[in-house]
Design a binder for this molecule. Sequence first.
Ligand SMILES: C[S@@+](CC[C@H](N)C(=O)[O-])C[C@H]1O[C@@H](n2cnc3c(N)ncnc32)[C@H](O)[C@@H]1O
Length: 399
Amino acid sequence: MTDGDLIERIAARGDGVTADGRHVAGGVPGDRVAADGALIPGPNRAEPICRHFGKCGGCQLQHVAEVALADFVRDRVAGALAGQEVACGEVRPALLSPPQSRRRAALSALRAGKQITVGFNAAQSNQIVDMRECPLLAPDLFALIGPIRDLLGTIAPQRRPVKVKLQMLDQGAEVVLEGVRAEGLDAVMALQDFAGAHSLARLAIDQGDGLETIWQPEPPTVRFGDIAVEVPPFAFLQATAAGQAALVDAAREAIGDAPAVADLFAGVGTFALSVQAGRKVYAAEGARDAIAALTGAANRARTLVATEHRDLFRRPLVPAELGRFGAVILDPPRAGAEEQVKQLTASAVPAIAYVSCNPASFARDAKLLVAGGYRLDWVRPVGQFRWSTHVELAGRFSR
Ligand SMILES: C[S@@+](CC[C@H](N)C(=O)[O-])C[C@H]1O[C@@H](n2cnc3c(N)ncnc32)[C@H](O)[C@@H]1O
């Protein structure tokens, strides 16, 4: 009798993979696959802690024990770099966000008859798994799911998907409901009762003709250090405080004590405002409401942060502009920053902190930077989306 083929790694989509490249759903490194295809559990398995695991699209990897989960996150980054033949000085261990720390989520809801379903979409489908527990969401956000289910009984149209966007801000939770119908006094009263009862920082709805703020006792803020930014509805924030801290620490280390820094794809200023003390920062961002929020906060706090509304795909900073900076922070969307990276290769910028939510586009851009004379000194993989196959990282390039 043979021991069965060993599962050696977890693929990008979460399947186990044997040495000969066979994909096995639910396989974990250290498991074996018997001749009849059954999985023989190895030492790296964990008991999934949520009753929805396997059906809900929020998590793919609850069956993987902590060390193997961190190895998966690190190996995704290392594997993407190897695939592009990019040498890296040091692939650091991955940092994983803890359970119940997600402070931002976009969920779906559906009303069918009297039944309302609220949750993440099921794995690879439009079905919604009705969320009765969640090991991902911050408890203050999860506590809103039941009340939102009740509220949608008044304002969700029949059999039309509703988007439920949740985010924790300094003043409390923000709730954005897209695709609802709030006509008549009953609906408006139900919305205001809901917002007041849960001390929301903001409630906004979209009935198909743009976002309408229903409740906002004061402008909601997010703090970076001691600077408060008045954020627009569902502004992009890093998904967990731990993930943000890991990425900001890495960026700070990567830029060192450079006296002038550019933060490109700056959002509402997660990096610009976190690293600005004692130096000049230029921040560029393509979303008008985000850069306006950052500009206001930077001015009120009398920082040396200058801002620009700019499309960095169409109009990346050119070498003459880049030459003013001792370091550049890049945090592009999933597509990466190919156009900006090409300009950087022609620049004299000594250090780049590249924060990425997509190891594949990061590795592609890293290849361009290395071909242009940069070294990739280190990368820090970050599993901000715990138990999912979504992997993030920060890396330092220098020359
Ligand atoms: C991953 S987010 C990072 C935001 C910010 N650095 C943070 O950590 O909060 C990427 C940002 O890139 C912006 N963005 C997307 N496409 C862009 C473009 N073509 N030009 C400039 N900014 C863009 C998005 O609006 C978003 O704010």
